[in-house]
Design a protein around this ligand. Structure first.
Ligand code: ADP
Length: 641
C-alpha cells in the first residue's frame, strides 16, 4: 500500500476546517453565552481533581506500606475526602447551570435552522433539494451527533492539555528516579534511551489507534450520508399513523400495508441496518484492534513501572501514581490527535449546515415600512402581472391587471386550476412575478420590508393549521391576549354557540393531543376558528381562500353575508368556486387559464352572456334544492317528525 493510500483523505483543507470550526464556536457563543466557557471550566476543574486524587492516593498507599503514622494517614484521608467533596460540589453546580443552559443551546440551534427555513425565499423553501438539506442537518444533529451538535467538541482540547500537564507533573518522578546501580539490569532501566524507546512505542500505538479511529469514523459518516433518504422515509411511515386526519384513508384503502412496505424498504436501506453490518464487519474489527492497542499500551506501562519498582527505584505508593499518570498521559495525547481529526472530518458536516444558513435571501430585501395609516387607506394594484411556477413552462397567471381599493369587496371566482390561489400567493409575496409589478399605495411591494408588508394581510387558506393549544391562544396567536377581543372574534366567525358549550371556554384545548379533555372540533368549526384568528389580527386586508369549503353551500353563504358586516372597513378578497358566496361583492373577477375573462358586479355579470352566467345558473339549481331540503327539515323538526 502506498504511503498516500494509508493517509486519511479529508474533503476539506486543514485551514478551512479550522475556520469552519471557529465559525461554529462563534455562533454557539452567540446563541448561548457562557455555555462553552462553563463546559471548559468544568472539564479543567475535574482534571485538577483527578490528579489531586492520584497524588493523595499514592501518599496514602506509601504511608500504609511504610511508617503507618495514624496522624499522617488521617491528614491525607481528610485531604482526599475534602477535595472529592469540593470537586463534586463545583461539578454539580456547573452541571446544574449547564443542564438549563444546555437545553437552551440545543433549542436555540434548532430555532436557528427552523427560522432560516421559514424566512428564506419561499421559492427555495419549497424546493425538495432544500428540504432534503434541512432534513440531513437534523439527521446529523439527532442521529449521528455530527455537524452543529459536534461543532464545539474540539474545545475539549483544553481539557486534554490540562490532563497532559497534570499527568506529566505526576509522572516526572518515573523518568528521574533511578534504579540502584547494584540492581540487575540497572544500566538499561536507568538509560535515557529506554525512556525514549517507551515514549516511541506509546506514540506509535497511539498513532495507529488514531488512524484506525478516523477511518472508522469516516466510514460511519459515509453510512450516515447514504442513509438520508431511507431515514426520511422511515420517519414518514412513523408519523403518518399518528395523524388522525389520515385515519379514514388508512382504513378504507388499507394504506397500512403500503406503509409497512415503505418501512421495510427504508429499514433495509437504512442507517440501522448499515450500522449493524458495519459493526459486524470492518467497524467491529477496527474497534477490536483499537481496544487491543489500548490494552497492549496499558500492559507495557504496567510492566515497565513494575520493573522499575521491583528494581528499587521507588515504592509501592508511586506505582499507583505512575501507572495512573502515564496511562492518562497516553490516552490524552491520543485524544488530542483525535480531536483534530474529528474537527476535520466534522468540518464537512459543519459546512453543510452553514451552506443552509447561508442560502441567499434574494426576495425579501425591501426596507420600506408600510405606513401605519390610521385611515387604513391602502390600495393594491396588479399591473400587467404574469407568472409561472419555477421549473414549469405554463403561465399560471397571464397579463393580470387589477386594482382594488380599501374597503372594497373583491371576489375571485373560477374553476380549479384557473389561477385564484396563485393570485393570492403573489399578493402575499410567496413568489414574485416574472413580468409586471404589484403595488401597494403606488410603491412596488418588493420595496417594503417583508414582515411589515405581510402584516397588512390576514389570510385564511384552505389548508390552515391550528396547533393543539387553547382556543383563545389559537385565535390570538399568543399566550397573552385580549380575551374579550378573542371572544368577540369567535362569535363573529360563528363559533359563539359552540364556545358557550365549552366548560373551559377560551382555555379549552383544541384536540386531544396534549389534553385529554381537549375538544375535537369538526372541520366546519375549525374553519370558524381559523376565520376568528384572521379577524383577531385586524389587518387592513382580509383574504379568504375557500375557507368555508367544509361548510355546506347555504351555511357558507350565511357566513359570507355575516362576514360582510364583520369585515367592516377592511378590504376583503374572497376566493370561491361557489358563486353564491360572492354575490354581495363590489367586484367579481372571473379567472380562466390564468387570465381574467370577465369582471363586474354580480348583477351585471349575471345578465351578460359568458362564463359567470353559465356557472351561476348551473349552481343556482343546487342552492334551490338545498334550500328546499333545509326548509323541509325545519318543518319536520317543528312537527316533531
Ligand atoms: P386555483 O386556485 O384556481 O385552483 P392555482 O392558482 O392553484 O388554481 O393553479 C393555477 C395553475 O398553476 C394550475 O395550472 C396549477 O396546476 C399550477 N400550479 C399551482 N401550484 C403549482 C406549483 N406549486 N408548481 C407548479 N404549478 C403549480
Amino acid at each position: 500500500m502506498s504511503k498516500e493510500n494509508k493517509k486519511i483523505k479529508y474533503e476539506i483543507r486543514a485551514k478551512d476546517a479550522l475556520m469552519l470550526n471557529l465559525r461554529a464556536l462563534k455562533l454557539f457563543r452567540k446563541l448561548s453565552p457562557w455555555h462553552i466557557e462553563l463546559e471548559v471550566l468544568d472539564k479543567i476543574h475535574q482534571t485538577l481533581g483527578y490528579y489531586i486524587g492520584i497524588y493523595v492516593t499514592a501518599r496514602i498507599v506509601t504511608e500504609l506500606a511504610t511508617l503507618r503514622r495514624p496522624k499522617t494517614l488521617l491528614f491525607w484521608v481528610i485531604i482526599m475526602l475534602s477535595q472529592e467533596l469540593f470537586v463534586r460540589m463545583i461539578h454539580y453546580t456547573i452541571f446544574h447551570i449547564q443542564q438549563v443552559k444546555g437545553n437552551f443551546m440545543n433549542e436555540r440551534r434548532w430555532n436557528l435552522i427552523d427560522k432560516k427555513l421559514s424566512q428564506m425565499d419561499y421559492v427555495d423553501a419549497e424546493r425538495q433539494g432544500v428540504r432534503d438539506h434541512y432534513f440531513k442537518i437534523r439527521q446529523d444533529e439527532e442521529w449521528t451527533g455530527l455537524g452543529f451538535s459536534a461543532g464545539y467538541s474540539f474545545i475539549y482540547i483544553f481539557s486534554d492539555i490540562a490532563n497532559i500537564l497534570g499527568a506529566i507533573a505526576l509522572s516526572a518522578g518515573f523518568v528521574f528516579l533511578k534504579v540502584p546501580e547494584t540492581a540487575p539490569g540497572a544500566g538499561i532501566l536507568n538509560s535515557p534511551l529506554t525512556i525514549l524507546a517507551i515514549i516511541a512505542v506509546i506514540a506509535l500505538i497511539s498513532r495507529g489507534a488514531v488512524i484506525l479511529g478516523s477511518k472508522a469514523w469516516k466510514l460511519y459518516k459515509e453510512m450516515n450520508d447514504s442513509a438520508t433518504l431511507s431515514n426520511r422515509v422511515f420517519w414518514h411511515t412513523v408519523n403518518i399513523p399518528k395523524d388522525e386526519s389520515r385515519a379514514l384513508d388508512m382504513r378504507i384503502y388499507d394504506q397500512r400495508s403500503l406503509l409497512i412496505h415503505m418501512r421495510r424498504q427504508s429499514v433495509d436501506q437504512g442507517f440501522g441496518k448499515k450500522a449493524a453490518e458495519y459493526w459486524a464487519g470492518k467497524g467491529g474489527i477496527m474497534r477490536a484492534i483499537q481496544n487491543m492497542s489500548t490494552h497492549i499500551t496499558l500492559g507495557a506501562i504496567y510492566f515497565i513501572v513494575g520493573l522499575k519498582a521491583w528494581a528499587g527505584a521507588f515504592g509501592v505508593g508511586q506505582v499507583t501514581q505512575y501507572i495512573a499518570a502515564i496511562t492518562a498521559l497516553t490516552s490524552h495525547i491520543t485524544n488530542l490527535a483525535y480531536r483534530w481529526q474529528d474537527m476535520r472530518l466534522n468540518a464537512v458536516n459543519l459546512k453543510y449546515a452553514f451552506d443552509f444558513l447561508d442560502i441567499k435571501n434574494n426576495m425579501y430585501q425591501g426596507s420600506l415600512s408600510t405606513e401605519k395609516r390610521s385611515d387604513r387607506q391602502y390600495d393594491i394594484e396588479f399591473k400587467d402581472v404574469s407568472f409561472k411556477y419555477p421549473g414549469t413552462e405554463k403561465w399560471a397567471l397571464r397579463h393580470l391587471n387589477v386594482k382594488f381599493k380599501v374597503g372594497s369587496r373583491l371576489a375571485v371566482v373560477g374553476e380549479n386550476g384557473s389561477g385564484k390561489t396563485t393570485f393570492i400567493k403573489l399578493l402575499c409575496r410567496l413568489y414574485d412575478p416574472q413580468e409586471g409589478q404589484i403595488f401597494l399605495n403606488g410603491i412596488d411591494i418588493k420595496k417594503y420590508d417583508y414582515q411589515d408588508y405581510v402584516g397588512v394581510f390576514s389570510v385564511v387558506l384552505q389548508d390552515y393549521f391550528l396547533p393543539a393549544q387553547p382556543i383563545g391562544e389559537n385565535v390570538a396567536g399568543s399566550k397573552n391576549y385580549d380575551r374579550k377581543k378573542a371572544e368577540k372574534c369567535l362569535i363573529d366567525a360563528g363559533f359563539g354557540e359552540r364556545l358557550k358549550e365549552l366548560p373551559q371556554g377560551l382555555d379549552t384545548y383544541l384536540y386531544k393531543e396534549f389534553e385529554t379533555d381537549g375538544v375535537q372540533v369538526s372541520g366546519g368549526e375549525a374553519q370558524k376558528i381559523a376565520i376568528a384568528r384572521a379577524l383577531y389580527k385586524n389587518a387592513p386586508f382580509i383574504i379568504l381562500d375557500e375557507p368555508t369549503a367544509a361548510l355546506d353551500p347555504i351555511a357558507e353563504a350565511e357566513i359570507y353575508s355575516q362576514f360582510d358586516g364583520i369585515v367592516g372597513n377592511k378590504t376583503a378578497i374572497y376566493i370561491s368556486h361557489r358563486l353564491s358566496s360572492c354575490r354581495f361583492c363590489d367586484e367579481i373577477l372571473v379567472f380562466e387559464d390564468g387570465s381574467i375573462i370577465q369582471r363586474g358586479s354580480h348583477d351585471s355579470l349575471v345578465e351578460t352572456d359568458g362564463r359567470y352566467k353559465e356557472l351561476w345558473y348551473a349552481q343556482a339549481q343546487y342552492y334551490k334544492d338545498e334550500e328546499k331540503r333545509r326548509q323541509m327539515d325545519k318543518e319536520r323538526a317543528a312537527a316533531g317528525i
